[in-house]
Ligand binder design. Structure first.
Ligand code: SF4
Length: 138
């Protein structure tokens, strides 16, 4: 998966994003088929780093960083409401022609990546970072 966490990390350009998604296609299809047929998925080894990231680091990160107060929307917004529809937690309302965040965000970055005019920013962190959206909800 291409890095999409524009709230914190540099992101790859469009060509690299497309290449990564294309490379992952066969593996994703194979896994989908395994799930569809109820096959047992192969176990992936869990490292100490994995345990630390999913254990102590994750709750701390959520408590200190994952919130929606840093999102802003610029005059580039064309009031298409795609961000409202793309939020998996139904956390974005639409009021007076603009998105409004309701305080229940998991930082998935779906709406910021899928905004057709790049009108959404997360503080200054996301500025100038490439956004790649894979969804098919046009
Ligand atoms: S997706 Fe972007 S342009 Fe569309 S309503 Fe949301 S902020 Fe505005």
């Amino acid at each position: 998966m291409p890095e999409n966490y524009v709230a914190m990390f540099p992101t790859p350009g469009e060509a690299e994003c497309r290449a990564k998604v294309e490379r992952a296609g066969p593996r994703v299809s194979a896994l989908a088929e395994q799930i569809r047929t109820g096959a047992v998925l192969e176990e992936v080894p869990v490292t100490l780093k994995d345990r630390l990231q999913s254990g102590p680091v994750n709750p701390l990160f959520y408590a200190l960083y994952v919130r929606d107060k840093g999102f802003t929307v610029s005059e580039e917004c064309v009031s298409c409401e795609k961000c409202t529809r793309r939020c998996p937690l139904n956390n974005i309302e639409y009021a007076d022609g603009r998105p409004v965040w309701k305080g229940n965000c998991t930082h998935c970055m779906a709406y910021i990546a899928g905004c057709p005019t790049e009108a959404i920013e997360y503080k200054s962190n996301s500025r100038g970072r490439h956004r790649h959206y894979i969804g098919t909800d046009e």
